[in-house]
Design a protein around this ligand. Structure first.
Ligand SMILES: [Zn+2]
Ligand SMILES: [Zn+2]
Length: 136
């Protein structure tokens, strides 16, 4: 399935020709700030399956000390992608245009979620990270 995504103002658009892997929602205090939300919403993508369609020159980035970076639109502020070593590592699910087929979302660091956030019933939760798989 070909997926597409874009920022809020629509100037930056991308396409993904492969699967989205390991959908993750992290509720830690750092992700709340990085994603301007109650949690992150993110899935990995093979960088070879990802390409910018328009507006790439509008991208700006912030790289955290961990080396994990975020790419966002310099016009509207939407956060679009995560990067490692300056190559696209995954996408923020909120900017996708389609309803992707996804494995079950894992909610991590729910022990440090904001007190005002109420998690829906039945979601897969981890009090902290998921040892082997958590590379965020
Ligand atoms: Zn934009
Ligand atoms: Zn986090």
């Amino acid at each position: 399935m070909m997926l597409s995504g874009e920022c809020f103002c629509g100037e930056i658009k991308y396409r993904i020709s492969g699967p989205l892997v390991d959908p993750l929602s992290c509720h830690c205090s750092r992700c709340r700030k990085a994603f301007s939300s109650q949690c992150s919403n993110y899935a990995r993508v093979d960088s070879g399956d990802f390409r910018w369609v328009s507006g790439e020159e509008k991208l700006t980035s912030y790289v955290a000390q961990s080396g994990f970076g975020l790419l966002f639109c310099s016009t509207c502020g939407s956060t679009l992608c995560g990067t490692t070593d300056e190559s696209v590592h995954g996408v923020v699910l909120g900017c996708l245009n389609e309803e992707p087929e996804l494995a079950e979302m894992h909610h991590i660091f729910v022990e440090s979620k904001a007190s005002w956030e109420k998690l829906p019933n039945g979601v897969k939760v981890f009090s902290e990270g998921r040892q082997a798989n958590d590379r965020r």
